[in-house]
Design a protein around this ligand. Sequence first.
Ligand SMILES: [Zn+2]
Length: 90
Amino acid sequence: MDERDFFDETQTVKPARLNCDKCHQVDTYEVRWIVRTKKKVLPSSAGDADRAQFAKARSYMTRIDDFMQCTNPRCRKRFEISGLQSVVFL
Ligand SMILES: [Zn+2]
């Protein structure tokens, strides 16, 4: 059984204050995340190992975007998102 069978998957967008490392301007960016919400019950095909793994599983979100385009019109460069976790447990 795949880990994906344990979760319902949705996408969301959350605002984050990010700092462009080229021009150092801070702005609010819409960062995309995948939200994996733990299912209430396992499918009946689950075995003992799946049940043990499922018991330990927690809902989490994982960041989709690694880069943002700077909103500063004099910069407009792509910069790597730093200072923001890539996985957040819910
Ligand atoms: Zn910039």
